[in-house]
Structure formats: C-alpha cells, structure tokens
Design a binder for this molecule. Structure first.
Ligand code: HEM
Length: 226
C-alpha cells in the first residue's frame, strides 16, 4: 500500500519530521509573542493575557491550527522515536546513519533523540499545569468575563524550583533548536551550498531569540511580578 510504504520509508519520515519541526518552530514564535505580555505591568498584563488566551481558544480558525499543532507534536515525537530505534538496530550500517564521529559533530546533534525526549517530558508538565488547567480546570473569571489564567501562571513562577525546571528545560529546547532548525532544511533538500550558511545563521538567531525570550518570562515573573 502506498501509505504504508511512505511510513516505512526513512527518507519520507525525516521529511515529515522536518516539516512538523518547522511548523512547531512557527508555533513557538506566536506562543512567545503572546506570552511576552506577561512582562507588562501586572494590571495591564492580566487583562491582556486573559484576553489573548480567550482569543486562542474561541476562534475556529485558531482551533483548527491548534489541532494541527497537537498532531504535529505527536508525529514529530513518534517519527523521532522510530528513527532512533532504527538507528540503534542498524548500528550505523544503513540509511540514517548513527553518528559516531564524536569529535566531528557536537554532542547535542548526536543526541537529538534524548533532547527531544526531555522536551516531551517538559511539555507534559507544561500542558498539565497550564493548558489542561485552562481548558478543563476550574478557572475563575476576571472582570472582563475571561478565564483568569494570569494568576495561575504568575503563581507557578513564584516558586524557585519551578522557575529552575523551566530554565533548564528551555536550555534543552535551545540545544535542540540550535541543531534542528538548519537540519530540517537539510532534510528537505533546501540547504544549497551558497545559502546554507545563512540558513544556519538564521537558525542560530532564531534559537537565541526564542530560547532567550522564553527563559526571560519565568525569571521576570519570579523577580519582578510577585
Ligand atoms: C515560559 C514560557 C511559557 C509560558 C508562560 C506558557 C504558557 C502557556 C499557557 C498559559 C498555555 C495554555 C493557554 C494557552 O493556550 O494560551 C500554554 C499552552 C501551550 N504551550 Fe506554553 N508557555 C510557555 C512556553 C512553552 C514552550 C517552550 C512550549 C513548547 C516547547 C510550549 C508549548 C505549549 C503548547 C503546545 C500549548 C497548547 C497550545 C494550544 O492549545 O493551542 N509552551 N502555554
């Protein structure tokens, strides 16, 4: 069957991983932009942040994009798992070669599977504490009639250990993106020798902005908002 041969083909699987990875990168830009509102003075942040969260969960088009997002996370993680297991089995003998050039490639590019798994654990914690709470928990309403998620996020970042979990997880995300961004372009065959280095530079710039921006949020709330 064509569908099954597509799924069993490790080249297509890498393409799918690259495409879902780049879609997740786009999501991170939008998610960061929305969450940077937490840096506003508390009176303004609360109204704006609650309004933004309400907008995300009540607009049908955005809801549709959210479903694509959940699917992308699952496909990206499952594909990575299958490829990692295949690499272990093949032990470097076929297709997607397990990289044993310890000096020629950085540790994070050899351990994308491990970094991805740690990010997955972070996501489970993150979604349980914020997303699940917002969608299915008992959340009081603010003065505007929006679910008051703001104090829940602020309370979470008032705990030092929780802030540290975020900072470490986001650094791990940073290493994953540092290699993953340009690697996705390579998998898709969009890594021309002339522009390749600019893709790599853009990937590094993207990684610094995204990782730095996300790390700033819990630290800011911990030191200035509570
Ligand atoms: C410190 C930074 C972050 C804050 C304050 C934050 C906050 C939130 C909140 C409040 C929600 C639930 C309400 C909503 O959808 O707006 C949410 C959902 C979500 N977050 Fe985050 N987040 C942060 C970082 C991240 C990172 C780094 C990732 C991915 C690696 C991530 C992935 C997600 C996903 C996938 C959802 C579900 C989105 C949806 O349902 O459309 N978040 N986040």
């Amino acid at each position: 069957m064509p569908t099954l041969s597509f799924l069993s083909n490790s080249i297509s699987r890498k393409n799918l991983m690259a495409l879902t990875g780049l879609f997740l990168c786009l999501f991170l830009v939008i998610h960061l932009a929305g969450n940077l509102q937490l840096l506003l003075p508390p009176e303004r942040a609360q109204t704006q942040y609650n309004f933004y969260s309400q907008l995300l969960s009540h607009n049908y088009l955005i809801k549709l994009v959210s479903y694509a997002l959940y699917l992308s996370i699952l496909i990206h993680a499952l594909d990575a798992l299958i490829l990692t297991v295949q690499n272990w089995r093949a032990n470097g003998a076929q297709g997607y070669v397990y990289d044993r050039r310890r000096t020629a490639s950085a540790w994070y590019s050899r351990n994308m599977g491990l970094l991805g798994s740690l990010i997955f654990v972070f996501l489970v914690i993150h979604l349980k504490d914020f997303w699940f709470q917002y969608k299915f928990g008992v959340v009081p309403m603010d003065a505007e009639g929006h679910k008051d998620i703001y104090p829940i996020v602020v309370a979470a970042y008032s705990e030092l250990w929780y802030v540290l979990v975020y900072v470490v997880s986001l650094l791990i995300l940073g290493f994953h993106l540092w290699h993953g961004f340009a690697s996705a372009f390579q998998s898709l065959g969009l890594y021309h020798s002339r522009y390749g280095k600019w893709v790599k530079y853009f990937g590094w710039f993207y990684t610094i902005v995204i990782t730095g921006g996300f790390i700033l949020i819990p630290l800011w709330v911990y030191f200035f908002n509570y």
